[in-house]
Design a protein around this ligand. Structure first.
Ligand SMILES: [Zn+2]
Length: 64
C-alpha cells in the first residue's frame, strides 16, 4: 500500500496509470478514483454495471 495515486489525468498518463484520485467527490458524490482516459469516476463508469439496479430498466419503458 505504498503506491501513490496520481492526482490528475495528465499525471496518470505520464506514469502509465489507468486511474487517478483527486480526493474530491464526483458529481454523484462518489469519492473514488477516476479513469485517466475518460476522467469519469470508477463508480459511475464501472466496468460491470449489469444487474445493479433492475428497476431502472422498468422505468425506461415508454409511457403514455
Ligand atoms: Zn461517481
Amino acid at each position: 500500500m505504498t503506491a501513490e495515486h496520481a492526482k490528475t489525468s495528465t499525471e496518470a498518463k505520464a506514469r502509465g496509470l489507468s486511474i487517478y484520485f483527486t480526493g474530491y467527490p464526483c458529481e454523484h458524490g462518489h469519492i473514488a478514483p477516476r479513469w485517466a482516459i475518460s476522467k469519469q469516476c470508477t463508480v459511475c463508469q464501472a466496468p460491470i454495471k449489469m444487474g445493479r439496479l433492475p428497476g431502472i430498466v422498468l422505468s425506461q419503458q415508454p409511457r403514455q
